[in-house]
Design a protein around this ligand. Structure first.
Ligand SMILES: *Cc1c(COP(=O)(O)O)cnc(C)c1O
Length: 385
């Protein structure tokens, strides 16, 4: 039976258990037990032995996440970066080389450049909005390409199918961090990627109350390696956070629609304001990659950035006048957040690099929540006065 996105989000992984003695829960319970007793020593009960290896609540989430990406397998980790680390250490070894998007999430860049480099895995960064740049950076030792689309905070788009073709041609693994659009708006595996990585902390969890990460994939061999290291390394998602993430994932579709509706309305409002220098949102026809974005996604997400006409102090003053938008890092929750990348999420990037890439002092990133559209616009209107 093929079912739609929300049907899978609500039911997959959580089919009621009607076996003798089971209680038919419609929501999977939080299985806190760290170990599982056996009737006889040779046979683990229902395949469960120890929670690091496998846990019923985590397994329900892993099945749900796989279903949302139309993938064969899903794996849940303790954070997005734990998922990324497990992918890298499972599939690469000393001497291997990675080609990464130059606008990758800062934590992923830090992981590759400051941590895995110590284990002999090197990374070259390219502007992957130009597909040829990716191919040009491939060396004989290259094993993997790591991209995001759209990127943060500049919302640049990479042509996922074109890059997947390059990966296939050179026998490389393509990883796509799909955190920003979630499986609701973009399915990298169906565009030719080998592995999808998520920070479920963001849209999939959706309520800013559970850190988590995930991987979805179809390849049996990669899955075996990742599942082995999920247990061997141990960066697993706890039963409680698995439950919160399961609960969040059920409403992903309705939340993503409202995030997008609000983001588009806010982007339109900002585009018409005299005090704004530029608005960056892939759903605006003015975005240079609007057509590419439309061709590979079914929506544009809930994050937008804009540049205020003025100084850093003006940007800070604007943020302090907002009442509904909290000034905070992170994104993807039901509540609206704003931040200034140059002094917050991207403060560690050298100023010259920042400015060259377009992350100016007055660039403001907005994670548009799912509050009433008019309330959000009015809050911006008043703060701009
Ligand atoms: C937040 C984020 C991560 C890291 O995830 P954590 O859950 O914070 O470890 C990775 N990629 C993207 C695009 C993110 O936004």
């Amino acid at each position: 039976m093929v079912s739609g996105f929300s049907t899978k989000a609500i039911h997959n992984g959580e089919e009621p258990d009607f076996r003798e003695g089971a209680s038919g829960d419609v929501a999977v319970p939080i299985h806190l037990s760290t170990t599982f007793a056996r009737i006889n020593a040779a046979n683990p009960t229902a395949g469960y032995e120890y929670t690091r290896s496998s846990n019923p609540t985590r397994k329900a989430l892993e099945q749900k996440l796989a279903a949302l990406d139309d993938a064969k397998y899903g794996l849940a980790f303790s954070s997005g970066l734990a998922a990324a680390s497990t992918v890298i250490l499972s599939l690469l070894k000393a001497g291997d080389h990675v080609v990464g998007f130059d606008d990758l999430y800062g934590g992923t860049r830090r992981l590759l450049s400051n941590v895995f480099i110590n284990f002999g895995i090197s990374t070259s960064y390219v502007d992957a909005t130009v597909t040829e740049n990716v191919e040009k950076a491939i060396k004989p030792t290259t094993k993997l390409i790591w991209i995001e689309s759209p990127t943060n905070p500049l919302l640049k788009i990479a042509d996922i199918s074109a890059i997947a073709k390059i990966a296939k041609k050179h026998g490389l693994i393509l990883v796509v961090d799909n955190t920003f659009l979630s499986p609701y708006f973009q399915k990298p595996l169906s565009l030719g990627a080998d592995i999808t990585v998520y920070s479920t902390t963001k849209y999939i969890g959706g309520h800013s109350d559970a850190l988590g990460g995930a991987v979805t994939l179809n390849d049996d061999n990669y899955y075996q390696k990742l599942a082995y290291n999920q247990n061997a390394v141990g960066a697993v998602l706890s039963p409680f956070d698995s439950y919160l993430t399961l609960r969040g994932a059920k409403t992903l579709a309705v939340r993503m629609e409202q995030h997008q509706k609000n983001a588009l309305a806010l982007a339109d409002f900002l585009s018409s304001s005299q005090k704004i220098k530029r608005v960056i949102y892939p759903g605006l026809k003015s975005h240079p990659q609007y057509a590419l974005s439309k061709s590979q996604t079914s929506g544009f997400g809930g994050v937008l950035s804009f540049e205020l006409d003025g100084t850093l102090q003006d940007a800070e003053k604007f943020l302090s006048k907002l009442k509904l938008f909290s000034t905070a890092e992170s994104l993807g929750g039901v509540e609206s957040l704003v931040e200034i990348p140059s002094i917050m999420t991207h403060a560690s990037v050298p100023k010259e690099v920042r400015e060259k890439n377009g992350i100016t002092d007055t660039l403001i990133r907005v994670s548009v929540g799912i509050e009433e559209t008019d309330d959000l616009i009015n809050d911006f209107k008043l703060a701009l006065l």
